[in-house]
Design a protein around this ligand. Structure first.
Ligand code: KG4
Ligand code: ZN
Length: 347
């Protein structure tokens, strides 16, 4: 296999990112640079990502991001073999910004263009970081996504189930908001939960009574709201211990649901008799040590490998897009100037 150097672009949510990846033969690819420009400061006052603001920021920053990624890799466009770009799913203004930028580069420099599904980028990351062998089971748990996938190839995924309402990160963020804790909510809730008693509030474990791998987290958030309002009505406010106990109860419910649904997803996956069975988790929520620990335990019980890519590659970045583009390109996939930006693009 020849050496390939890929430029990747990502702009589907609130991170503008560019990265350069190189693979020599079939060795583990090397991330030559990975630049991520976040937009938290632009959206903080609005309590969530504002699509129009995000799109404008991407359009303004993409060029600079690409230049920085090439600089850090010590390369010029002449040394790049292909341009990979997130073509969906995501906030459409941002996706269009990225796709237009990639088309401009591809056209100007005469390079092949490869459109990448953002979710495939996340799902293929364990191959970039750990050389995971197909097929592996992937649990994607972030602020926007929650699903189990059997990953069989760069374009071959089977979705076993996922959330039917909120994503887990979203539920963590809402919980933090309800309790007056700082955003992003996941780390704040985890910190509080460490000091709390998970047994004081017994929150529901939604959909555990039903077969399958689908999940639901909106009822959990409502139960937390009710418990909070009950305490406020009774005592006129929340104590530090109340907050910690509410967080501990919430996190325990989330952990139990994810662990049990993972058991079920593993049963379906194992029926395929994979040679090197492995569960990979990715997404911001994979940073939660209580949840990660519970998933590791489930895997250890069943003799299944476990991996969670380093956080910088679990959250949105362009190295994962470059990698997914590399696999697609190696398998002969190239897009032309009709490549469309897609707000929805299920795997
Ligand atoms: O993958 P990510 O950076 O962005 C996307 O959603 O695409 O995930 C961000 C989410 C946020 O909702 C954040 O609260 C959550 O991941 N998160 C956590 C933790 N760290 C980040 N949730 C639970 N525990 C954590 N330690
Ligand atoms: Zn993402």
């Amino acid at each position: 296999m020849r050496t390939l150097t890929i430029l990747g672009l990502e702009s589907s949510c609130d991170d503008t990112a560019a990265a350069v990846l190189r693979q020599t033969g079939d060795a583990r690819p090397e991330i030559l640079s990975s630049v991520v420009m976040g937009q938290n400061d632009l959206h903080a006052a609005f309590g969530g990502v504002v699509p129009e603001i995000a799109a404008r920021a991407h359009a303004e920053r993409l060029d600079g991001c690409v230049i920085k990624a090439l600089d850090q890799a010590g390369l010029s466009l002449r040394e790049i073999d292909a341009v990979a770009v997130t073509a969906g799913p995501g906030l459409i203004g941002g996706v269009i910004s990225g796709v237009m930028c990639a088309k401009g580069i591809a056209l100007g420099a005469g390079l092949p263009l490869v459109g990448v599904n953002h979710l495939a980028g996340h799902a293929l990351t364990p191959r970039l970081t750990d050389g995971a062998a197909y097929p592996y089971l992937m649990l994607l748990v972030s602020g926007g996504h929650c699903q189990f996938l059997i990953v069989r190839g760069a374009d071959d995924f089977t979705r076993l189930g996922g959330t039917i309402d909120d994503a887990p990160g979203e539920a963590f963020d809402k919980t933090a908001r309800l309790l007056g804790l700082p955003q992003p909510g996941g780390p704040s809730v985890e910190l509080q939960a460490k000091q709390g008693d998970p047994a004081r509030f017994r929150f529901p474990r939604p959909l555990l009574d039903r077969p399958g791998c689908d999940m639901s987290f909106s009822g959990l958030k409502t139960a937390l709201l009710r418990a909070r309002d009950g305490l406020i009505a009774e005592q006129g406010g929340l104590t530090r211990a109340d907050r910690a106990d509410l967080c501990a109860g919430f996190q325990a419910a989330m952990r139990d649901v994810l662990a049990e649904k993972t058991r079920r997803a593993l049963a379906l996956y194992r029926a395929e008799a994979p040679a090197q069975p492995m569960l990979a988790v990715a997404g911001g929520v994979a940073a939660n040590l209580a949840i990660r620990g519970a998933l590791e335990t489930v895997c250890a019980e069943q003799g299944i490998g476990f991996t969670a890519p380093p956080l910088a590659l679990c959250t949105d970045n362009a190295a994962m897009i470059a990698y997914a583009g590399l696999e697609r390109f190696r398998s002969g996939h190239v897009d032309d100037m009709t490549l469309a930006a897609r707000p929805r693009w299920p795997l």
